[in-house]
Design a protein around this ligand. Sequence first.
Ligand SMILES: NC(=O)c1ccc[n+]([C@@H]2O[C@H](COP(=O)([O-])OP(=O)(O)OC[C@H]3O[C@@H](n4cnc5c(N)ncnc54)[C@H](O)[C@@H]3O)[C@@H](O)[C@H]2O)c1
Length: 415
Amino acid sequence: MPQYFINNLPNLPTMTKIPALELTCQPLHIVRIGMVGLGQRGQKTLRRYGDIEGAEICCIADLNPARIAEAQAILRETGRPEAKAFTGANAWKELCLSAEVDVVYICTDWYSHTEIAVCAMQAGKHAAIEVPAATSVKECWKLVHTAEQTRRHCFMTENCCYDHFSLSVQEMADEGLFGEITHCEGAYIHDLRTNFGLNAESRARRSWMEQSCAHHNGNPYPTHGLGPIGWLLGLHRGDRMDYLVSMSAEGHGTDHLIGRVNTTLIRTLYGRSILLQLDITTERPYSRLQTVCGTNGYAQKYPLPTLKTTATPTILQGQAALDEARRHMSSHAARLWAEGRIRNVENEMNFAMDSRFIYCLRNGLPLDIDVYDAAEWSCISELSQQSVAAGSRPVPIPDFTGGRWESAAPHRMYA
Ligand SMILES: NC(=O)c1ccc[n+]([C@@H]2O[C@H](COP(=O)([O-])OP(=O)(O)OC[C@H]3O[C@@H](n4cnc5c(N)ncnc54)[C@H](O)[C@@H]3O)[C@@H](O)[C@H]2O)c1
């Protein structure tokens, strides 16, 4: 019988503490958000939060004053008051220190995520960080140590965990309908060449993401594929990633970015395997693979939803697979996804993620994604790069829980 680790939760056995696992904090009546980074994603987030009950955007910050004006316009358009604005190089620090803020929501480029999140937590705020939370193993440790020391939440906003098919597959797996899960596949296959302007733009005008991908020969964007798998396999909750090997195609064109497909294979300590892929420059259909193989069944979302479980011994495909998956949407997150559909929100998985985040903060519950998830899923960025550079040699994956993963309680979405 494993010994469980948990903090402050009344109806569970006494457990040894992992400082930031099952972390509970004082409930917040209204969650006051300070948002840093008001570019493409930040503005979409700002708009989305117009639909979320119990949260308000009280402060905004960006290096660029034009972004502040655009953000205030979004708030006005959606019937909300303008936020207190900070701009310039120290804007993010001033926002982190502002007494009005409960949560610092970080939508900047990857390289500033950790510094801002650490400052926020040290100032007593919770941090919400866009993906990936960190770009190096060192930064991942910084997030973990800071969350443990400050006992503040560090939530990585991995929206793909709230995809309806993933939530259904999670429920089916919890019911044992796939038998023992032995292998999973996840990916971010998204032709971004048009966004990048790869053929038209000069190198000097390339976006930070395009520059980052051009200089990164591994998988700098691993969390969309890995997040749902992390929950499914109970990573740092009974199993953990042991090592990876990674390989990248050479690619063509400027900086060899066209057709540079990265494939990373991860093995867990319990002998399960994970395939992760990143491809943002090939002309093929969008896919996150979302494939789960078990001893008694399997599921895959892309390219064609397909399902076979102990409850559905014939293979279901297309709408029949989706209909069957929808019969397994009883979790709070899945019900929020369905509510988003009824309310006709732009993107149901974002709605489910935002609603869950705010619900847990308002009720003083542990969050769905903790700092160990953020660190484990993000560290693949540097480690895949290391493996590629070393001719695809195996690279060990750190244990951010300090050995306590084995007896941690299974992943649970508190409601
Ligand atoms: N989850 C998703 O589906 C999804 C989708 C798109 C982007 N993202 C993530 O969102 C983040 C932002 O991406 P984006 O496309 O919006 O980038 P962007 O370049 O459009 O916006 C970044 C903004 O941050 C500001 N900024 C940068 N450093 C700052 C600092 N130190 N202080 C204040 N402001 C600062 C910039 O001025 C800019 O306005 C990235 O982490 C990206 O990976 C996630």
